[in-house]
Design a protein around this ligand. Sequence first.
Ligand code: GLA
Length: 382
Amino acid sequence: MNKLLKEKIVSTFLKIYKSQPLVIFSPGRINLIGEHTDYNDGYVFPAAIDKGIIAAVEKSKTNYCSVYAYDKKEEYQFNLDSIEPIPNGGWRNYVLGVISEIQKKGIGLSPFNIVFGGDIPGGAGLSSSAALENSIVFGLNELFQLELSKKDMIFISQKAEHNFVGVKCGIMDQYASMFGIENNFLHLDCRTIEAKAYQIDLKDYELLLINTNVKHNLSDSAYNNRRSVCENVSAMLHKKALRDMTKEELLSIKSKISEEDYQKVLYVIQEIDRTQKAAEAIENGDIKKLGQLIFESHSGLQHQYKVSCDELDFLVDKAKESHVVIGSRMMGGGFGGCTINLIEKDQINNFTSEVSKAYKKKFNNECSIYQVKLSNGTHLVR
Ligand code: GLA
């Protein structure tokens, strides 16, 4: 966690609201493999990171709530009895959505003040939104002793995103952000919401993120559209989710669906399988195999599921050409954000300087390089 940011958030809170707040750190996440599988009841392999959202929260003596977004220098005040989504409301809808979902459970809240800020660039595909939602629900749970479990809280965060932001996301981001374990990846079964933690020995390799610094429009509608394709095709075979469908079963309805949809569903079935194979590779200490599965995942996301973009493909191609990166793929929802790379430790500087130059030349835009540590999930900061 960023200590400097914490100090800034707390001093801003003291300055505006004149009381000592509770402070929460809620991390962003990365995902090793298992993309667009969570809302198909499949498996994912995320980890919480040392970057995220810091929120300061305390009860208010007024009869309204006030939330200050430190990074944007924007304040928003509202009453708890009139919580509605705001058209193009940006960050406000994440906060309001969480409050609304708490209220839907019949839980009454009293006015409060919040200051929040973060150190994950928005649009990087590192789940700043889940980190924000979790920080709010966790903070309110502590402040008002609501006795919500961590599982209750992640579902509140997820529904906030569905109902107030309009993205029908799965549970991976909220889970990883809430339940993260320092130095561990979480092999999560998105049906049972049970995870096995893995402390992975990457041997001569390290994880490296490269941010394209782009976020293409329409990514939200494309996301929801992919999700409905998956749901419609699984309904055709009366399956609860694509997790329950085999390649053979999919083949049996191939003539009834478009080639595009066939490829999308095939991708999901294959990606769920790859995620299981990744767990095996890790257990066998076979990091090269893990890397190969990561490359295959990107190829599926690019050609079958069609959620990549030129900038991401360029970075993955460069990684492949380099021979020092043994696995690379886009991460998260797609259409921009970061690639995740498994790279030879002592080649990081050479590779990053080469790829940065090439990226700049091709897109006339900078890419950013991040190295992250795996962190604990959402928690109070003393
Ligand atoms: C976004 C969503 C997640 C997940 C990923 C793709 O990050 O919030 O639920 O579906 O995309 O794997």
